[in-house]
Design a protein around this ligand. Structure first.
Ligand SMILES: [Zn+2]
Length: 184
């Protein structure tokens, strides 16, 4: 299901299964607006400092406004982490997860939606599939790309590539291929 979704989105955007899909491109396609703390309207200098300097651990949060769905993204993280955080929040939205509550991010003037543990797991898995589809991972490995090269290609972290290699079983699948095919 998650794998299929990842390919469906790529197809809608005229991308192949092997193509990187930047989170911002998918968000735009879905009408989701991504904002950085600096873009939060009416934020005081003090609250902005809280969000961007004093409290660095937070990743992203989903919120609904009259303008639609927004993702507040911590843009101080490295690009690969931002990609995974965007995809994670898009996954919550795509799965139609209902928040179980709200949490107050220090410095953030509005509450962000929080989800239950099973929905967190689901969003993590779908988010990872959206970043690196199994078919794309297989394609890259057949081209003998290293994990670092795959990470760079998909705009993902190497940790994400390892996670996908572990959860998809692609390495085992490739090692079962006949030697003649491997040389082809
Ligand atoms: Zn989440």
């Amino acid at each position: 299901m998650a794998e299929r979704r990842s390919l469906e989105f790529r197809a809608k955007l005229n991308l192949s299964a092997n193509s990187p899909l930047p989170g911002r491109v998918l968000a735009r396609h879905l009408g989701i607006v991504i904002i950085s703390p600096e873009q939060v309207p009416g934020l005081s200098a003090n609250d902005l400092k809280l969000l961007t300097e004093d409290c660095k651990w937070w990743s992203a949060g989903l919120l609904k406004s009259e303008k639609g769905t927004l993702i507040l993204l911590n843009t101080s993280h490295n690009p690969a982490r931002q990609e995974s955080n965007i995809m994670h929040e898009i996954a919550h939205e795509d799965c139609g997860h209902e928040p179980v509550g709200f949490y107050q991010q220090p410095g953030c003037p509005f509450p962000l939606r929080s989800f239950d543990a099973s929905h967190e797991g689901e969003a993590e898995y779908l988010g990872a599939c959206l970043q690196i589809p199994r078919d794309g991972l297989l394609w890259a490995l057949k081209r003998r790309m290293t994990s670092a090269e795959i990470a760079n290609y998909f705009g993902a972290s190497e940790e994400m590539v390892r996670y996908r290699r572990n959860t998809t079983g692609v390495d085992a699948q490739l090692s079962r291929r006949p030697q003649t095919l491997l040389r082809a």
